[in-house]
Design a protein around this ligand. Structure first.
Ligand SMILES: Nc1ncnc2c1ncn2[C@@H]1O[C@H](COP(=O)(O)OP(=O)(O)OP(=O)(O)O)[C@@H](O)[C@H]1O
Ligand SMILES: [Mg+2]
Length: 310
């Protein structure tokens, strides 16, 4: 067990930023902490790494109960903060070396760590340049390099892909997989469900300081009952066709949209044949059909009544 936390609470005056959170993270997991602005993700993380104190709760890390995150514990953790935290007046290599020493490296291990971290984030060629000449994506990557210089067992990344280009974003997602492949446990916060879906082995959804759902993707999607959206494209949509499709068992809505029909149906994948059969029976010519499975976005919507990025 890398982290075992129980009953975490953090209040800011009348805001309960973290509201009775229990969180267990196993060795080797990539846990996605997903939630909208103000959900409490950063506060929870900052509490776990000892940057802020929880008002109550118990935290164990690496199997040991911790009241304060001390030096030897910090060396086993790498933190990529939400706000980019690099020095503009130091070169990329100097920045990474600075953090390496902060994380307890000394002697030749600093230089080795710098080489590893810069090459890992694709910044080797920029090692002697200062971050003020970097693009947003390169700064984000440097921010990550600073957090992995000491090859930590636990890497915590707080929205590492905000405001960057798709290329840097893919690079970062790849680096998360690579770190995990080398044995690191990862906590990854994001607003972006497609990122979390792509990279995480487990998802924890937070809202208003609470964990409202947690599980593997499949488990979470199962929470959004069995409803799916079937989209069929027809040569022409007629009232007869709409009636025929609406009469299929499990169909709760059938909305025409141009030459498309958007059908809300329980277990749409199983009922697709019947839907097409009825449409054709009512004189339709079907051009294409598509079944949409629930996404994390729809899970969030169904759990909270709000969209993930509102
Ligand atoms: N230092 C602080 N003082 C007062 N309130 C705070 C402080 N830090 C956070 N909060 C409040 O705590 C709540 C949770 O904020 P937090 O930054 O943890 O959310 P988040 O999930 O990280 O959001 P985002 O996705 O925008 O980064 C918010 O209501 C926020 O306004
Ligand atoms: Mg945050």
């Amino acid at each position: 067990m890398v982290i075992q936390a129980e009953g975490l609470v953090k209040r800011y005056r009348d805001v309960v930023a973290v509201d009775n959170v229990d969180l267990t993270i196993d060795d080797g997991e990539i846990v996605g902490l997903l939630g909208p602005n103000g959900a409490g993700k950063t506060t929870a993380i900052n509490g776990l790494i000892g940057l802020t104190a929880f008002d109550s709760g118990d935290v164990s890390m690496f199997g040991r109960k911790v009241s304060r995150v001390t030096g030897d514990l910090k060396r086993r953790i790498g933190v990529v903060p939400q706000e980019i935290a690099v020095f503009d007046d130091l070169t990329a290599a100097e920045n990474v070396a600075y953090f390496g020493r902060l994380y307890g490296l000394s002697g030749t291990r600093v230089a080795e760590g710098v080489d590893f971290a810069l090459s890992f984030t694709g910044l080797s060629e920029r090692r002697d340049q200062k971050p003020k000449s970097f693009s947003g994506g390169m700064k984000r990557r440097l921010n990550i390099a600073c957090a992995v210089v000491h090859r930590p067992e636990l890497v915590i990344m707080d929205e590492p892909t905000v405001g960057i280009d798709p290329q840097s974003r893919n690079h970062i997602l790849e680096s998360v997989r690579a770190l995990n492949g080398d044995g690191a446990t990862i906590i990854y916060t994001s607003h972006y469900m497609e990122e979390v879906e792509a990279v995480c082995t487990r998802v924890v959804i937070m809202d208003h300081g609470r964990i409202i759902a947690s599980g593997m993707h499949g488990d979470l999607k199962a929470l959004v009952d069995d409803e799916e959206i079937v989209d069929i494209e027809l040569e022409r949509v007629t009232p007869d066709v709409v009636n025929a499709v609406s009469s299929v068992a499990g169909v709760s809505a059938c909305a025409p949209n141009g030459t498309h029909l958007r059908i809300t149906v329980e277990r749409g994948g199983v009922r697709l044949g019947r839907i097409i059969e009825n449409a054709v029976g009512a004189g339709a010519e079907v051009l294409s059909a598509h079944v949409q499975k629930p996404t994390l976005e729809s899970v969030f919507l169904s759990l909270t009544g709000r969209s993930l990025r509102d």
